[in-house]
Every structure is written in structure tokens, then in C-alpha cells.
Design a protein around this ligand. Structure first.
Ligand SMILES: Cc1cc2nc3c(=O)[nH]c(=O)nc-3n(C[C@H](O)[C@H](O)[C@H](O)COP(=O)(O)OP(=O)(O)OC[C@H]3O[C@@H](n4cnc5c(N)ncnc54)[C@H](O)[C@@H]3O)c2cc1C
Length: 536
């Protein structure tokens, strides 16, 4: 059996959320057989849920619409002109050290996390050429934020003095979930204006934060921004340096898939089967001998004792709309009200020339629309590095978030591509004369919306339907987690939810502290909240 050592990080103030207690193995709970759960969606959330269930003796079928697993962090291969087979994926992802629950998933079959490598620095540059850097920052709050602010060309000591410290207190004293009561009615842009945050720094540091939720600061909840600031900056001493996958994302998930399907080798007892290219259309709770009957869009069906819906928002809405017998009307309506963020584009270029050697693996940009970031993929991804070496070239990826609908079609997409290339040539002039050997432009719109007011409406992991749980980065969980880590945490929590129903032990979760680290700032923030409530 593989000994699994959980990732606890280095922050001594991280929080352990203990595993719910129960029997260790679901065993023969159903007489002669184990319970059987269908997990719909094989992104991070679905894979976490499946792992959590299988390790406690539940039989799991994972059903995935795409031909690959990993969801938005999935990878596949494609053939370039000339016959080279190269890796392709949905774009650059930063794996932060405070992603404890995601790292614990990856550790299942890669205990040393050798498939992740550290990216030493990721500069942020704005239209005026001002650059913020993360290299060499202290890890411990508040020194990380202070040194970042003092070093930043967009933030002066005078700016610091001008901050409205009372209005800004919630930023430094985030408490989850209370922060949503305080700030979810506001948008991030308005909040930063209210606290006198300097405009240049707003564009650079905070726009990058908010646009990583694929939204403009005016469309992002201030509570989500503050929670992000807490997770990555003031609430954790794991630091702002992150890891990236050292190869295409399929390399990240293949070992986990083996871990889940190889029988008898690992510390799990349930049987796991993957079904790719299968799209679930509906779930029925009536008329079948099993608790649930799931039907795919070809009409084929599968019975289950429990279900985890770990799809993206659109997938969840479609399935729930087709399933009038599950849960209740109010809950189904709540699901239909979930929103998606605007579309984004990922343009990957295979160039016949290298970029300058000192170009960073990842560069964030502010105020350089439509460009949000540039990655030099061959600086960190193994298969891209092999291609670049063999061809004396480079592999570069450009992201553009929060796009208007017209940017995705016809002349709009041609213009977007042209603008992105123009930005690249201005930032990295050596690329202007490079020939594009091949390119892929992807448009997607499958990230959840985190607009003001969304939080209270968001469905939670547990549902009114016994035996049905939700997971995904758009699902509410009142813990300080975001993006990939929210996907992983809700996945483990969905497994725990179903296991608890059967009296089976769950899995522990870890998070950054659930409240701000400074008692003084917490007191100021609490006073502010009380005053706000009195006047509201
Ligand atoms: C370009 C980009 C960059 C990002 N960068 C970062 C980053 O740097 N750091 C970070 O933390 N996060 C980042 N994210 C966010 C991160 O990708 C997501 O938070 C995370 O992958 C969500 O995982 P999930 O399992 O919740 O959803 P998904 O990955 O979307 O998984 C849902 C799965 O359900 C499947 N599905 C949907 N409907 C059905 C159906 N009816 N039947 C069967 N299957 C179905 C889908 O095909 C999909 O595989 C980024 C996202 C994008 C797009």
C-alpha cells in the first residue's frame, strides 16, 4: 500500500478541518455490495470527489463529456505541420503553495509533487512600463505586503498614508464567510476607490487578481477580491511564489487515473471506472429501483446510490433543467440563476525563433487590453521545451479575459488575434520577426461568475436531495479557497457529504487561516462592520 503523507504546507497557522468520523470502509453497506456513486465531470472537483469516495470503499463511475480528463486543466496532443506531436491545453495555470487540498490530490500518486516545478518570479507590467515583481518577497504577512508596496513603482509611501484605513480594514482582516456579509454587495472597483487605493496600483496588482476570475473589477464582488487578497497575500505565509506543471496537463492526471483504476496497489478499495466522451443529460429519482437513474445524451442510462455533479456551471444548469424530480423547485431555480463569467481566449503560438533568454515563464499585464498575460511555455513545460530545442524556436501563449461576445466570431476574432500579436511584439520585440509555424486560438466561456450579490444565491455542496452533492469552483463552501483549490476542496467535501450519510469516515481538509492574522485589524474591521450594520 502507498503511504500517503498529507501536504500541510509551511504555514503554522494554516487550519485543519478534521475528517468527519465513521467506519473506515463502506464495505458491504448495501448487503452484498459496496455503495455505488456516479461522479459527473472529471475536472479537479470530480477527481477529488472520486478519490475521496474510492479510498473509503465506494465504487465510482466517473462520467466525462470530453475525450480527456482534468476539465479546464486538461491536456491533449495535436500534430503540427511537419508531423511533430505536441502538447496542448486550455492554458497557463498557477499552482500556489496554499492549495493544500489540490496538492493532496496530486500527492496520491506523486508524493514528492515532482510534476510541479517552481516558477521563481512572475513580473506584472503595465502600459506605462511600470513593473511589479514577486521574487525575493518575505513570505510572512504583513511584511510580504509591506515590502511589495514599498518596492512597487505604482504604490508610494504617500499612497499608503492616504489609504482610508477604516474602510480598508476588511481587506486586512478577512473572515470567511463574514466577509461576504460585509462586502458582497459592492463591486471590487468601487471598493478600491472607496479606500483610496491608488489608480496605478489598482490597474496593476488588483486588476490582475480580479481578471483571474475572468471578470472586470466592476463585475467582480469586492468580497471575492478581499478573500483572494487574504488567501494569497495577507492571510497566508506560504508566499506568492507558485508552481507550474512541468509538462502538459495530461501528464498531471494520468498517474492519478492509474492510482484510481489499478486494483490492489493503493490505499483504496472501491472500484473506479472512467467513461469519457459521455455527456449526462438528466437524473431521475422516480421510477427506478435505485436511488438515482442517470441518462446520457444518447439515451443510455446508469443507476447509482449517490451522485456528485462536478460539472461546470452550464453543465450543471442543463442537467438540473432536465431533471424535474431532483431536490425541490427553489433549489433548481437557484441553480438556474448561477452565472458564467465572460468568454476568454487563449492563443498559443509555435514560433521559429527563440524569445530572449531572460523572458520570464509568465508575465502578467495591466492596462494592455486585450492582453492579460504572456507565458513562454518552453521555459517550463517539458514537451514544449523539446519542440523548441529541436526547431530552434519557442512556444508562447497569450491570454485575453473578460471578452465581449463579438470578439469571438468572424472579424472580431481576427481583430483580437491581431491585437494580441501587436502587444506581444511590443513587449518582446524579438517575436515580431519570428515566423508562426503553427497556432491555436481557443475561445471558451466556462468559468463561474462571482458578481456582487452572487454569493448568497450560490448552491452549496449539500443539496436538498439526499445522496446528491455538488462540487466545482462555482459551488459555495464557506472556507477561504478559490479557483482550482475551491474545485478540489468542494470535491473532497462532496465525498465527505455522501460518506457521512453512510456513516463512513471522511477526509480532513486544510485551508489558510479562516480569519485575518492580526487581532488589531480584526477588531477594527469588526467595529466597521457593526457600524455598517447599524446604518444599513
Ligand atoms: C485559462 C484559464 C486559466 C486559469 N488559471 C488558473 C490559475 O492560474 N490558478 C487557479 O487556481 N485556477 C485557474 N483557473 C481556474 C481553474 O481552471 C478552475 O478553477 C478549475 O479547473 C475548475 O475545476 P472544476 O472541476 O470545478 O471544473 P471543470 O474543470 O470545468 O470540470 C468540469 C468537467 O465537467 C465536464 N462536464 C460538463 N458537463 C458535463 C456533462 N453533462 N456530462 C459529463 N461531463 C460534463 C466538463 O467537460 C469538465 O471536464 C484558470 C482557468 C482557465 C480557463
Amino acid at each position: 500500500m502507498t503511504a500517503f503523507r498529507p501536504d500541510r504546507g509551511r504555514d503554522r497557522r494554516r487550519v485543519l478541518h478534521p475528517a468527519p468520523s465513521g467506519i473506515p470502509d463502506a464495505g458491504c453497506l448495501y448487503g452484498h455490495r459496496r455503495p455505488h456513486v456516479v461522479v459527473v465531470g472529471a475536472g479537479i472537483a470530480g477527481l477529488s470527489a472520486a478519490t475521496g469516495l474510492a479510498e473509503r470503499g465506494v465504487d465510482v463511475d466517473i462520467v466525462e463529456r470530453e475525450p480527456y480528463i482534468g476539465g479546464r486543466v486538461g491536456g491533449w496532443t495535436q500534430t503540427l505541420p511537419g508531423g511533430s506531436v505536441v502538447g496542448m491545453n486550455r492554458g497557463f495555470h498557477a499552482f500556489f503553495r496554499q492549495y493544500y487540498n489540490l496538492r493532496n490530490l496530486l500527492r496520491r500518486n506523486d508524493p514528492g509533487l515532482h510534476r510541479l516545478i517552481q516558477l521563481d518570479d512572475y513580473p506584472l507590467i503595465d502600459a506605462g512600463g511600470a513593473v511589479d515583481r514577486f521574487r525575493g518577497l518575505p513570505r510572512t504577512p504583513p511584511w510580504n505586503a509591506l515590502v511589495f508596496a514599498l518596492r512597487s513603482p505604482t504604490f508610494s509611501l504617500r499612497d499608503l498614508a492616504k489609504l482610508d484605513s477604516r474602510a480598508a480594514a476588511p481587506l486586512a482582516a478577512v473572515s470567511v464567510p463574514e466577509i461576504y456579509e460585509q462586502l458582497d454587495h459592492l463591486d471590487a472597483d468601487r471598493f478600491l476607490q472607496n479606500i483610496n487605493f491608488p489608480a496605478a496600483a489598482r490597474h496593476l496588482a488588483f486588476e490582475v487578481f480580479s481578471r483571474s476570475f475572468f471578470a472586470e473589477p466592476t463585475d467582480l464582488s469586492a468580497a471575492e477580491l478581499a478573500t483572494m487578497f487574504h488567501i494569497y497575500f495577507l492571510g497566508s505565509s506560504e508566499g506568492l511564489v507558485f508552481d507550474v506543471a512541468e509538462d502538459n496537463f495530461d501528464d498531471l492526471w494520468a498517474p492519478l487515473r492509474r492510482y484510481l483504476t489499478d486494483k490492489g496497489v493503493h490505499a483504496r478499495t472501491g472500484t473506479v471506472r472512467f467513461h469519457t466522451r459521455v455527456s449526462i443529460a438528466s437524473i431521475d429519482t422516480a421510477g427506478s429501483t435505485a436511488a438515482f437513474h442517470l441518462t446520457d445524451d444518447t439515451g443510455a442510462g446508469i443507476d447509482a446510490d449517490g451522485v456528485v455533479l462536478a460539472t461546470d456551471v452550464a453543465g450543471l444548469r442543463t442537467i438540473v433543467a432536465g431533471s424535474p424530480t431532483i431536490a425541490d423547485h427553489a433549489w433548481r431555480e437557484r441553480v438556474q440563476r448561477m452565472g458564467t463569467a465572460p468568454a476568454f481566449a487563449v492563443l498559443r503560438l509555435w514560433l521559429d525563433r527563440p524569445v530572449a533568454t531572460d523572458r520570464p515563464g509568465f508575465l502578467g499585464t495591466g492596462n494592455l487590453e486585450p492582453l492579460d498575460n504572456v507565458s513562454v511555455v518552453n521555459h517550463y513545460e517539458h514537451s514544449a521545451a523539446v519542440w523548441a530545442r529541436r526547431h530552434g524556436g519557442s512556444v508562447v501563449e497569450l491570454h485575453a479575459y473578460a471578452l465581449p461576445d463579438e470578439a469571438q466570431i468572424g472579424e472580431g476574432s481576427v481583430r483580437l488575434r491581431r491585437q494580441l500579436l501587436g502587444r506581444l511584439h511590443a513587449l518582446y520585440p524579438e517575436t515580431a520577426t519570428a515566423r508562426i509555424v503553427d497556432e491555436r486560438l481557443l475561445f471558451r466561456r466556462d468559468c463561474p461568475r462571482f458578481a456582487p450579490g452572487d454569493h448568497a444565491q450560490r448552491p452549496r455542496v449539500g443539496t436538498p436531495e439526499p445522496g446528491l452533492a455538488l462540487a466545482g469552483d462555482g459551488i459555495r463552501i464557506d472556507l477561504p479557497v478559490a479557483l482550482m483549490e475551491r474545485a478540489a476542496t468542494t470535491g473532497w467535501a462532496a465525498a465527505n457529504h455522501l460518506l457521512a450519510r453512510w456513516g463512513v469516515a471522511g477526509h480532513p481538509l486544510y485551508t489558510v487561516p479562516t480569519q485575518g492574522r492580526s487581532a488589531l485589524l480584526r477588531r477594527v474591521a469588526n467595529r466597521e462592520r457593526r457600524m455598517h450594520n447599524e446604518f444599513a
